[in-house]
Design a protein around this ligand. Structure first.
Ligand code: NAD
Ligand code: UGA
Length: 464
């Protein structure tokens, strides 16, 4: 039921990377709505109530400070939240299932279904449920079926409204999205519910960017969008391997093909491999969906994108090993960047984790450096105890190191004093640029042995 001071009560279940920023943006743009974000983790909610937020996202804290306590609230009281809400956004996690049927591919829907049952048990009035998590096709229909089992005569309309923000640029993406997609059943009640959601976004987003569709198209579009984006990265990464063999340069190839307006220049940065909580998970979800319908060739096509990504990351480690005379034992290697991309503290599915694990298997002395992700890195690597060193300061990390492995494209790594770093490193001093963000010629002139991605290495010592 709407608080009298406000036109509507909006609730979001799940205070994570999606729930936090997206609902903050709604609160900021729509002071007429009361926005409450709930989560089952008390320590996370507590952090959202302070200036030390549980996630790092540029510009987020500033927006939160403008609305928190006015029309934006964080709470662990899921039940009261559900009772008071007119519209419930659900952005709980939907990781890849690790057990039972579909393990390793399909989505684990346990958190999702729990929210459906919490709503069923607690709600005392009709509500619109907005599916924000990324889910298999037809999940909205399944949810509506669960909710229709209520014995209180309540009506629930489930709409799909997938989120397309990218971490690190979430605030910009939410303020000016390319599009917002809202899918619903195409009957009268479905369209009415969908229009209510459209009106929320219309408070700041031009109407021609508010796209509507049926439920299944909306759910499928989310999986397909992420799969297409990842496909571009795997495509350019596959060509980077070829470039290294034929003396071509991947940045020149990317530039040349990207100038074709049909191809476009975005998402063509060759790298050590894509990471993040969603690309792999969503592709595998798509693969599982195809397999379920016996579309095995289609499934194999999309699965190859994940395989190419794994190949690219393992290739990076092989290059390090081979360049450093096939032994890394006791060598100090500074890993520059542990976040899965720049401008985030998120380390889920980061290539840095795989690289670190492999270096540890080779008995290297690994030092992790990152401006924002050290806390998450320590948690990810806690099994190694004191065997891994953490140094936020890249100069300290690289001091006495035999090599630097650059994994995350943080701007700060572009402007370091590499002459100073070089002089404090063991020689030969190796640098493996997993993002191609450094000035390779300059590094070579300083004295480094330089190994970019998709470009022949610049080395001083050439085998006879
Ligand atoms: P997250 O893990 O950061 O946040 C999810 C939150 O939900 C957690 O804090 C968890 O404690 C909470 N939660 C789980 N079950 C709950 C319950 N029953 N009641 C209350 N809270 C509960 O996850 P995320 O990165 O925000 O992703 C959420 C969804 O959005 C996923 O489906 C993901 O695929 C999708 N998505 C993520 C991004 C992204 O950039 N991270 C972008 C687009 C879509
Ligand atoms: C991605 C999508 O871009 C979002 O639209 C989507 O909402 C989100 O997934 C999601 O569903 O979670 P995100 O994973 O946050 O967003 O970040 P991206 O910018 O897409 O980068 C993903 C990974 O690909 C990162 O590791 C990044 O470094 C890598 N990448 C990206 C490359 O290696 N090369 C590129 O050219 C671009």
């Amino acid at each position: 039921m709407a608080d009298k001071k406000f036109e509507k009560n909006l609730l979001c279940i799940g205070a994570g990377y999606v729930g936090g920023p997206t609902m903050t943006m709604i609160a900021h743009k729509c002071p007429q709505y009361k926005v409450t974000i709930v989560d089952v983790l008390p320590e996370k909610i507590k952090a959202w109530q302070t200036d030390d937020l549980p996630i790092y996202e540029p510009g987020l804290l500033e927006l939160i400070k403008l609305c928190r306590g006015k029309n934006l609230f964080f709470s662990t009281d899921v039940e009261t939240g559900i009772k008071e809400a007119d519209i419930i956004f659900i952005s709980v996690n939907t990781p890849t299932k690790t057990f039972g049927e579909g393990a390793g591919k399909s989505a684990d829907l346990q958190y999702w279904e729990k929210t459906a049952r919490d709503i069923l048990r607690t709600a005392e009035s009709d509500k619109i449920i907005v599916e924000r998590s990324t889910l298999p096709v037809k999940t909205a229909i399944a949810m509506e079926r669960i909710l229709s089992l209520n014995e209180k005569g309540l009506k629930f309309e489930v709409v799909s409204n997938p989120e397309f923000l990218a971490e690190g640029s979430a605030i910009k993406d939410l303020e000016k999205p390319d599009r917002v997609l809202i899918g619903s059943k195409e009957n009268e009640s479905g369209i009415k519910a969908r229009n209510e959601i459209v009106e929320i976004y219309a408070n700041w987003i031009p109407r021609d960017r508010l796209i509507t569709s049926n439920l299944m198209s909306s759910e499928l579009s989310k999986l397909v969008a992420n799969s297409f984006l990842a496909q571009r990265i795997s495509s350019i990464n596959s060509i980077s391997a070829l470039c290294e063999k034929v003396d071509a340069e991947i940045s020149e190839v990317a530039h040349a093909i990207g100038k074709d307006s049909r191809i476009g220049d975005k998402f063509l940065n060759a790298s050590v491999g894509f990471g993040g909580s969603c690309f792999k998970k969503d592709i595998l979800n798509l693969v599982y969906l195809c397999e379920t319908f016996g579309l095995n060739e289609v499934a194999a096509y999309w699965e190859s994108i994940v395989k190419m990504n794994e190949y690219q990351t393992s290739r990076f480690v092989q290059t390090i090993n081979k360049a450093m005379f096939n032994t890394l034992t006791n060598k100090r290697i500074a890993v520059f960047g542990f976040a899965f991309k720049a401008n985030t503290s998120d380390t889920r599915e980061t290539a840095a984790l795989y690289v670190t694990q492999k270096l540890m298997m080779e008995k290297a002395h690994v030092v992790i450096s990152d401006p924002k992700a050290i806390k998450n890195a320590k948690n990810d690597l806690k099994n190694y105890g004191d065997d891994i060193e953490f140094q936020e300061d890249p100069y300290k990390a690289a001091k006495s190191a035999h090599a630097i492995a650059l994994i995350t494209e943080w701007d700060l790594y572009k402007t370091l004093d590499y002459t100073k770093i070089y002089h404090e490193m063991e020689k030969p001093a190796f640098i493996f640029d997993g993002r191609n963000i450094l000035d390779h010629e300059k590094l070579y002139k300083i004295g480094f042995e330089v190994y970019p991605i998709g470009k022949a290495p610049l080395i001083h010592f050439k085998e006879g």
